[in-house]
Each structure stands twice: as C-alpha cells, then as structure tokens.
Design a protein around this ligand. Sequence first.
Ligand code: ASP
Ligand code: MG
Length: 423
Amino acid sequence: MKIYVEKFGGASVNSADAVKNVLKILSLEKKQRIVVISAMGKTTNKLERIVNLFFNEKKFDNGQYEELIQYHNNIIDNLFSDSEKEICKGKVLEIFSEMKEKILRLPSSDYNFLYDSIVSYGERISTLIVSEFLNSNNLTNSLIDSRHIIKTDNNYRDANIQSEETRRACQEIILPELEKNSTVITQGFVGGSKEGLATTLGREGSDYSASVIAYSLGAESLTIWKDVSGLLNADPKRISNTKLLRKVPYREAIELSYYGATIIHPKTIKPLENLSIPLYIKSFLSPQSEGTVICAEEELDPKVTNFIFKDNQVLLSVSAKDFSFIAERNIASIFSILAKHKVKVNLIQNSAISFSVCFDENNNILPLLLADLQKDYTVKYNTDLQLITLRHYTATETEDILKHKKVLIEQKSRTTAQYLVMQ
Ligand code: ASP
Ligand code: MG
C-alpha cells in the first residue's frame, strides 16, 4: 500500500476558510494518507499564557479561556450546518472543560509537565474539528490520538521520540484504520509517555511528528503545506530578489537549519533521510505550484547562495585572570559552564589568551552565566550583534552584504562564510 503523509500547520487551519481549503487540497488527489494537524492559528501561544499565569500566580486565565472557546466556535459556525454545529461545539466544549478541570487539579510544581498536559489540547481540538468537517463533506476519515502512536520519554516540553516503539505503534494502529478509511487524521506536536501522559516535541514540532510517522510507515513522501511557496534562499524581509529553491539535498537542509533557517523544524529531516523519503514544501494558497523538494539529490537546484541572518547575538570573550594561555583544560571548564546554562553556541573563535563564543541573547541567562564565568575568568562581552551566514558564497555577494557593516569575527570554509557584525 502506498502511503502519503501531509502536514497542515497552524496558519493553514486558522479560520473556517482555511479549513475549507484543506478539504479542497485533500480532494485534489485520492490517496491513502495520514494528515497531521497543528493547533489552529495562535492557539498554542494562548494556551501557553494560561499555563504561565497558572504556574506563576495560581490564577486561571478565564478571559483567555473564553476567548479560545469563542475562536473555535466561530470557526465551527462557519463550517457546519445548524444541527451539526451544536454537536461539534458541544464536543469542543467538553474537551475545553476537561482541560480546565485538569489544570485546577494537577500538581503544578513541575512546569514542563503542566505545560504538556495543557498545551497539547490545542491539537486535540483542531483535529476534532477538521476530522468532523471532512467527515461531513464525504471525506471519511479516522481520527487517531497521537499519544498512542508517537511514543516518547518523559522529557516534557522537548520529549525524545522512541523510534522503535513509535514505528510499531504506527504500524499497528494506523494501518488497519487506513484499510477502513483512506484518510487518517492525527495531532502534530503531541506524543505520549509510557504512562500514556501527553508530552510535546518542542514548539513547531508538528513537522517532526509528521516526519516520524512517514518514517514509521515507510511513506512515499511527506508534504508540508505552508503559507509560503517553498524554501527560499533568504528571508524576503531581509533580501530582495530571493529565489525559490527547487531541490535541496537532505544534508543541505540540515546545514541550513543548523545555521538558523527556520522554515522547518530541525529534527524533521533525519528520519526522512534514513529512508530517502522526499519532503515537499508547498503553498496551501497555490497547491498546484511546484514548491520545494528536499531529497537525496546531490546538488542544490538552483545553485545559489543561501543567506541566513540571526539577530540578537552575544559575543563573549573569556581569558584567564593571569593571562595564561587558554588551553584544553580551560576550554572544557568553559564549555561545562555554557552547557549548565543551556547555551547553544553558534560560533567559536580562540587565540592564545582568549576564547570567544557567540550565542543567542537570552537576558534571563546572561547574568547567571557571567557570574559563573567571572569566578575563574576575565569576561568581556558585546550584545546586539548579528550573525550572517552565507552558504555557497561568492565574493560579490559577500561584499554586498557586508557593506557599511563592522565585522567582529569572520570565518570561512570552502562552502560557508560567517560574519559576526554590529547591526
Ligand atoms: N502548535 C505547535 C506550535 O505552535 C506545534 C506546531 O505548530 O508545529 O508550536
Ligand atoms: Mg505552528
């Protein structure tokens, strides 16, 4: 059986019209498919606010809660006939009430646990609405609870997928459903622990869910439907004349996301690469357009320079208090301090007496990190910097991009040039 996986993100289900468009896209071709869906619009952010207020002040944010119910009801009102509407709203209200009851009842001393228990409701509600809507429009489907198929550990908010258990569960649970209905719907972003509790895979994790399902079933392809035409060689807000990348090798896609390209969740590629499953990134506004395919191709097509900009960078330089050389022993201790504060280093440079690292600014962490480092080292730092990465750079493009910029650090390999600049 040929199986296809398709993923619709929050923006592709953020209104009744958007949900109708999902039906239109799915109706273009008849195939056996798993449809992975995110929470509608900005629902995840709103649920996060409910969790934060409850965690910090023990207050239930009723305003936000009512707003969320209203938002979903409004979508339902514009999707269903009068009699169906009330049934669907009733089911949605039931799930919301369960969530409220849960937040008031659960022990809330573990933020990450509370977060996953509550924030995962966004996907439960979106999939229910989409599934019912498709069912009432002759696209019969089975709704499967992702807690039963995406098996993870208990590392709440950034759960690790247990790939063998997940593969088995996907095969055992999804395949029989696909025999009954050619379409199966499930939640992105949400998995389940051994105990059956909800876990989440990190913000924007639905891409990763879809990729793991595609891997587990040996799917023909994964398609991610987005509000952009595909992968571009730069953010159009930063650079004019961007180009659409038609084909991107897996390795290149992993490199791009490592350097900060944000269009797909970084963990998405690996499972697909393992089985050479192509990943299509297409526009839900123009489903017939070609888009981008990430696949086992050798070369980027077209072969253009890719530009990646990361703002809010800190450059921190560490030297020994007695100006002795910075050697392996110091570097190990510096890195263990960085790791303790969960700092993800974007660039490293060292000289005889100083060791410099660049990372994303996080004001909560910087003072603590400095305090720790200053116990043993002299530390200097700059904030508000920008890290520019050019993959497959050319001299003219580099010159252009650096015009009027003061470069603090420059690093080049055969394929990649990076510049840390003052903004
Ligand atoms: N709904 C989650 C988020 O907004 C997961 C996703 O959309 O991929 O982060
Ligand atoms: Mg999203």
